[in-house]
Write a protein that binds this ligand. Structure first.
Ligand code: DP6
Length: 338
């Protein structure tokens, strides 16, 4: 049995959404995200002696064997085994934990696949490669698209944009030239409902095939990415708020207008959105909401307004929620030393 390698990878919140993909996890449009700090997955891998030919793994989540995830990881490794030489020589034991409670409904596939790709590449001797994080981003994407954006602090762009030469459909890149006003942003995650997702993201992406508004949506998202890149450079909070909220509603509009239509927002989601908009109007604080593929609301705001925003969230929204998780912009993945 050889030494363990342990990596921590944060989650990320998309400000411009990835929704719709082609074969091999190639996105139909570019997306842009903020990397988080408090919501993360840690994955430790131990290299064991092989007992048989072929791939051999065992996957533990919170100290317990997790069969569904083990099967998913096995499929992922079968498809990408040449990228992780360590899996040819050893049986791999994965031990994984999340920083956030399992029942919060926070999507964990981004941080999980991020941490898995980092730990496997690291155990495969790739850590000193100059493009280590890019390789990790590429391989994390093959597990879950949004995972590729978690490799970089503070903001990341994934998906090729004609006028942004470093951008790619295959991996994310860190966004450079960010105005200092956007360097201390917060994300309070309002847990409206903590039930498992009704419709998986994979199914949702699939429903963009043949969706009547798909082409327009992909053009809009690319345009929003370009606008957001300018906004992040200039420090324009009005535009920042407007793009983020338009994106959240556009994502859910796609779900509500697909052939197999569905609705993930709950009454508590709408209530929170209305309260946030009213609070912004009354205070002029640039606080806004975004949504992932679920009913929970992410409240995005600058750190200097933390006290005022927390007071508002506790007084106006907490009584209607299961929980609030306070997160902030993060510094990217980290190798954990024993
Ligand atoms: C709504 O990355 O979970 O959160 O590639 O199938 O694993 P897969 O999908 P996933 O989709 C995330 C969709 C989203 C928007 C986003 O994060 O950009």
């Amino acid at each position: 049995m050889s030494e363990k390698v342990r990596w921590r990878c944060p989650s990320n919140i998309a400000l411009v959404k990835y929704w719709g993909k082609r074969e091999n996890q190639i996105p139909c449009n570019a997306s842009l995200s903020m990397t988080l700090q408090a919501a993360f997955t840690e994955v430790a891998i131990t290299c064991l002696d092989k007992t048989q030919e072929g791939l051999e793994i065992e996957y533990f989540f919170d100290g317990k064997k997790n069969q569904p995830f083990e099967t998913r990881i096995l499929q992922y490794l079968m498809a990408n085994r040449n990228s992780f030489p360590v899996t040819r020589e050893h049986k791999i034991r994965f031990e994984s934990t999340n920083s956030f409670p399992h029942s919060t409904g926070i999507a964990s596939s981004a941080s999980a696949f991020g941490a898995i790709a980092l730990a496997l590449l690291s155990a495969s001797g790739k850590e000193s490669d100059p493009d280590f994080l890019r390789q990790a981003s590429y391989l994390a994407r093959l597990g879950s698209g949004s995972a590729c954006r978690s490799m970089f602090a503070d903001y990341a762009l994934w998906g090729s944009l004609a006028d942004y030469t470093s951008s790619s459909d295959e991996y994310a890149v860190a966004i450079e030239h960010v105005h200092s006003d956007f360097s201390d942003m917060r994300d309070a995650i309002l847990i409206v409902d903590d039930e498992a997702k009704k419709v998986s993201s994979s199914k949702g992406h699939g429903l963009m095939n043949g969706h009547p508004y798909a082409e327009t949506r992909f053009i809009q998202a690319n345009q929003h990415c370009r606008m957001m890149l300018d906004v992040l450079k200039s420090g324009d909070f009005d535009q920042f708020v407007s793009i983020i909220e338009r994106e959240a509603l556009a994502l859910h509009a796609m779900m509500m207008t697909s052939g197999d239509y569905y609705l993930l927002m709950k009454p508590g989601t709408i209530h929170a959105i209305e309260e946030i908009m009213n609070f912004r109007k009354e205070t002029n604080i640039p606080v806004c909401f975004t949504l992932d593929a679920g009913p929970n609301v992410h409240v995005i705001y600058p750190g200097k307004h933390e006290n005022r925003v927390r007071e508002f969230l506790i007084a106006a929204l907490q009584p209607h929620l299961k929980d609030i998780i306070y997160d902030r912009i993060g510094s990217g993945p980290e190798k954990i030393m024993y």
